[in-house]
Design a protein around this ligand. Structure first.
Ligand code: NIG
Ligand code: FE
Length: 413
């Protein structure tokens, strides 16, 4: 089926051969002037040209007049903990009494407090939660999500979580998924970290590889959680088993995870809040993306990672929601508002961080390009409810979009 979108306002297309480093100085090379039309055939963008010539070339096809509304790519959320049950809202009073994330974990809160309700939730309860969350992400313009396991923390539940997530990825009219195994997220309740790690290496990893659902492996490499040595062993064995690699590093302290990320050339090193500049240079040389997750310090009442340092050094970086029980947002427009309205990062650079750059770490299942509006890319795009594309990151409390085109289908919000 062919569908022509006419009379677009400005299109912030973000078309680029690869990820964009640093910050964007020449915004105009990433934005088409108003008046363009986009032709979509099935789930692919096939032509972008002036409305007038497209209307005379393509007659008798479905036409939607955008009436000057701005357009941006479908947003790509490259770091989420999508599936879990339970509710840790009461931890806010502990946080406000000054307890750290580590102290809350030691008191029985944190990740372990999500594991027990997740293990006892049924498959259908977890699927239902997943569907609701994916709808919420889509309402906020996300057309593709990376989704991690990590709240099972035993072989049976980690396999079950990935299999439920695989089921979700087959449902139509929901964002596509890229699945990551994060069995090494914390010590399993009742085990020491070292005993649980042993079990991961001898039993859980082989079972995950045999199941064959996860595309990547991830590990929470942080002082007080999995060590550099454990993270290295786990990631190397995962790579040997055919998985791509991601890593959580330096969320609360610089633990040396940046050097490990560089040594292993992982796809993306996330949080990377306290990483030292030298390690950031090594990551950059090794082609490692820095995946900032500013919703987490927002939720914890902490300061933000050094976006500007990465801009000035021309590093490649992205942003993601980190949706999890401690950071309960699936809105990339909200995360983007933190950069633009609280950290003086320009809207166009912020848009690159959650489209072309994040897409570079999480492929679309079709194998086509995504995170940009260009000929040959997946037809994933957002119609902003207004004439200015910048409005996408300036309305943190609600969705800024009138509609989202998801793999060629226009869904009105
Ligand atoms: O990326 N910090 C490690 N993992 C998650 C949080 C998990 C949780 O608190 O439940 C994160 O922020
Ligand atoms: Fe995370």
């Amino acid at each position: 089926m062919r569908h022509l979108l006419t009379n677009a306002g400005p299109i912030a297309h973000m078309s680029s051969k690869g990820p964009i480093s640093g910050h964007i100085l020449d915004e105009s090379s990433f934005v088409h002037e108003p008046g363009m039309a986009i032709l979509v055939e099935d789930h692919v963008i096939v032509k972008i040209d002036e409305t007038e010539s497209m209307e005379s070339e393509f007659t008798d096809i479905l036409v939607t007049n955008l009436e000057g509304k701005a357009v941006i790519p479908g947003l790509v959320d490259a770091h989420t903990h999508l599936l879990w049950a339970g509710d840790r809202s009461r931890e806010i009073s502990w946080k406000q009494k000054g307890m750290s994330y580590k102290q809350i974990a030691e008191k029985g809160g944190g990740i372990a407090a999500t594991v027990l309700p997740t293990r006892s939730a049924s498959d259908s309860d977890l699927s239902h939660l997943g569907i609701e969350r994916m709808r919420e992400a889509l309402r906020n313009g996300t057309t593709h999500l990376e989704a991690k396991s990590g709240y099972g923390l035993d072989t049976e539940t980690e396999l079950r979580m990935l299999s439920i997530a695989e089921g979700l990825s087959a449902i139509e009219r929901l964002p596509s998924l890229d699945l990551t195994w994060l069995g090494a997220h914390a010590a399993a309740p009742g085990s020491s970290l070292d005993d649980y790690f042993e079990d991961i290496m001898s039993n859980q990893l082989p079972a995950i590889l045999e199941q064959g659902i996860a595309r990547s492996a991830d590990v929470f490499c942080e002082p007080g959680w999995f060590s550099i040595e454990q993270s290295e062993d786990l990631l190397k064995a995962s790579r040997d088993g055919g998985l791509d690699l991601r890593i959580h590093i330096d969320e609360f302290a610089d633990g040396g995870g940046g050097d490990l990320a560089a040594e292993l050339s992982v796809q993306t090193a996330d949080h990377a809040h306290h990483t030292n500049l030298e390690s950031r240079h090594s990551m950059d040389k090794a082609g490692v993306n820095t995946g900032f997750l500013p919703g987490t310090p927002y939720s914890m009442g902490e300061d933000y990672p050094p976006f500007k340092q990465c801009q000035e050094n021309n590093f490649v970086w992205s942003i993601a929601s980190d949706f999890n029980p401690n950071c309960r947002t699936l809105s990339l427009p909200f995360i983007s508002s933190i950069l633009v309205q609280r950290n003086e990062i320009s809207p166009i650079t912020t848009l690159a961080a959650c489209t072309v750059n994040s897409a570079n770490t999480t492929p679309h299942p079709s194998g086509l390009k995504h995170g940009m509006i260009e000929v040959g890319a997946v037809a994933n795009l957002n119609i902003v409810d207004g004439p200015w594309w910048e409005a996408w990151c300036l309305q943190p409390g609600h969705s800024p979009f009138a509609a989202t085109m998801l793999e060629g289908e226009l869904i009105y919000h």
